[in-house]
Design a protein around this ligand. Structure first.
Ligand SMILES: NC(=O)c1ccc[n+]([C@@H]2O[C@H](COP(=O)([O-])OP(=O)(O)OC[C@H]3O[C@@H](n4cnc5c(N)ncnc54)[C@H](OP(=O)(O)O)[C@@H]3O)[C@@H](O)[C@H]2O)c1
Length: 279
């Protein structure tokens, strides 16, 4: 497989670069997805787009909203056009933020999108563009943890400083490890799984952010510190400009499992991840 990875500097981009050492990997400085440079497209079979504007709260500002639509909607639309013209397979990443989180069951791939935030809306627009490509895989992870800025890293930093934070306990989901997401992409592409959308998250019981934080603290040896739970409404009460978040972030991963995608339990993967971090 001749693969091109775009947005290679992010959490998922880095994991993909490790999983596909023979691929061409271009970070944002080398290739801007929203303003694509000419490349030798026939040299590739698969383009994997891991680039995105992921600052959820930043996307609520006028400048951030424009940047989010540029990277998350115009970018995938430009890549979709290139994929169609050159007969390439396009792999793209979406998010549960395209849903409003109001359903009382895990979200399936064909559930109606109803984003609450500018970030979610821009990602939903990108999804529509990618779905217009015949040869596409659209993967939706949640709560991504890899090399880079993420919730687990923030909690490890606080734990190391002996700080016991207040964490929301009414947003429910499952962490997804970037290396598992990269492995899922490689699996779908190399097994020629049916094209389309797949929800790919960590396996195991869903948990709240506060429960994930407690698991991180226990693994870091700071289970003695008490993490206090709070509601999302109370947490953001003094930040009305923050993005609205879906409370139910649980995605139904049955379709991916049926396609043979491994979905390791998030608690097992979290333990391995924390062990591999410099504490
Ligand atoms: N993080 C999560 O919890 C989460 C959850 C669900 C879905 N996702 C989705 O998963 C995908 C990967 O997320 P991630 O966690 O790896 O994000 P990330 O660590 O923020 O990486 C995104 C990368 O995209 C780059 N980028 C931004 N604009 C670009 C452009 N116009 N052209 C090329 N590259 C650009 C960024 O570069 P700069 O750093 O220089 O801006 C960054 O290297 C995204 O599609 C995201 O929406 C993420």
């Amino acid at each position: 497989m001749r693969a091109l990875i775009l947005g290679a500097g992010g959490q998922v981009g880095r994991a993909l670069t490790s999983a596909l050492p023979d691929a061409t990997a271009l970070g944002r400085d080398a290739f801007d997805i929203a303003s694509p440079a000419e490349l030798d497209w026939p040299a590739y079979d698969v383009v994997v787009n891991a680039g995105a504007f992921t600052d959820v709260d930043g996307a609520e500002t006028p400048e951030g909203r424009a940047a989010a639509w540029r990277a998350n909607a115009a970018g995938p639309a430009a890549l979709a056009d290139i994929a169609r013209r050159h007969g390439l397979t396009l792999v793209h990443l979406s998010t549960e933020y395209v849903f409003d989180g109001a359903l009382q069951r895990p979200y399936r791939e064909d559930d109606v999108v109803a984003p609450l935030s500018a970030y979610g809306a821009s990602k939903a627009a990108g999804d529509l563009a990618v779905r217009g490509v015949e040869r596409h895989y659209l993967l939706r992870p949640t709560w991504v943890v890899g090399e880079g800025r993420n919730f687990v890293r923030t909690m490890l930093g606080l734990a190391a400083r002996g700080i016991a934070p207040t964490v929301v306990d009414d947003q429910i989901g499952r962490p997804t490890f970037a290396s598992d997401l990269a492995a899922a992409i490689v699996h779908l592409v190399t097994t020629a799984a049916p094209f389309g959308s797949y929800h790919v998250t960590g396996g195991g019981e869903p948990a709240s952010w506060a429960e994930v934080a407690r698991a991180v603290y226990a693994l870091a040896g700071r289970g003695d510190l008490t993490i206090t739970g709070t509601s999302t409404a109370a947490y953001f009460a003094d930040r009305p400009q923050a993005a609205r978040r879906p409370l139910n972030s649980v995605l139904d991963t049955e379709k991916a499992a049926d396609a043979g995608v491994q979905l390791p339990h998030w608690r097992d993967r979290l333990a391995e991840h924390v062990r591999s971090c410099d504490l």
